[in-house]
Write a protein that binds this ligand. Structure first.
Ligand code: PGA
Length: 244
């Protein structure tokens, strides 16, 4: 896994305030000290922190992403919404689209597809989340579900090189459970076969303990990390253990 660049995407979800940004000092010094390791770090904080984070990361190699956006890249009468151009304007380079927490709130594959297209149009790279529920896994429908999410989510998306795919089994998110190495290897291959040339991240309960197993899966291009990314020590620990 260590011959290529490995992505570590921190998904802070609805956590963090201005004070939380102090804890990133450690991560910034870590990235400077360990430049020899091939990693790409992307922080996806709540939208309120994108601009201050941009200032903080001025002299660092860490990139910023948002966690979702509206399906139109244009201004509009959409109270409470933020579009991809607005995110780019304040410093985001990436945006997470299709996270299961938003799919559960009713985001359809069609809406996700529109969001992906408008984000790419705005010049953002997309971290496109897909994953099966536990019930679907038990019914052995994982590949069918992923295939459906990919086909509809990426319909008429031309620049697929601007999309990173994050395989996040819904049952693994925040649960402490992860699929076994063989399952992740097989699903990652399946996704890479469906979307040629794609980079595939694994997400769902990645932590400093299980990273030792996860890093052995050599077709995985990185990790989308929720809970463990909110603590800088844990996040650094995960990155270090991937390379050491
Ligand atoms: P988790 O979340 O690492 O806390 O399981 C991952 C995610 O939801 O992206």
């Amino acid at each position: 896994m260590t011959n290529k660049y490995i992505y570590f995407v921190a998904n802070w979800k609805m956590f963090g305030n201005l004070r939380s940004l102090y804890s990133l000092n450690k991560v910034i010094s870590f990235t400077k000290k360990y430049k020899r390791y091939k990693f790409k770090l992307i922080y996806c904080p709540p939208n309120t922190l994108i601009s201050p984070l941009k200032d903080k990361l001025k002299s660092s190699s860490i990139d910023i992403g948002a966690q979702n956006c509206h399906e139109s890249e244009n201004f509009g009468a959409n109270t409470g919404q933020v579009n991809s151009n607005m995110l780019k304007d304040v410093g985001a380079k990436y945006v997470i689209i299709g996270h299961s927490e938003n799919r559960q709130l009713g985001e359809s594959d069609n809406l996700i597809n529109l969001k992906i297209k408008s984000s790419i149009k705005s010049g953002l790279k997309v971290i496109f989340c897909i994953g099966e529920t536990l019930a679907q896994k038990r019914k052995k429908k994982t590949k069918k579900v992923l295939s459906h999410q990919i086909t509809h989510g990426l319909k008429k998306v031309k620049n697929k090189k601007n999309v990173l795919i994050a395989y996040e089994p819904v049952w693994a998110i925040g649960s402490g459970l992860i699929p076994n190495e063989k399952e992740i290897f097989e699903i990652t291959n399946f996704i890479k076969d469906k979307v040629k040339g794609s980079k595939v991240l694994y997400g769902g309960s990645v932590n400093p303990k299980n990273i030792k197993l996860l890093k052995k899966i050599n077709n995985v291009d990185g990790f989308l990390i929720g809970g463990a990314s909110q603590n800088s020590n844990n996040f650094i620990d995960i990155i270090k253990k991937t390379f050491i």
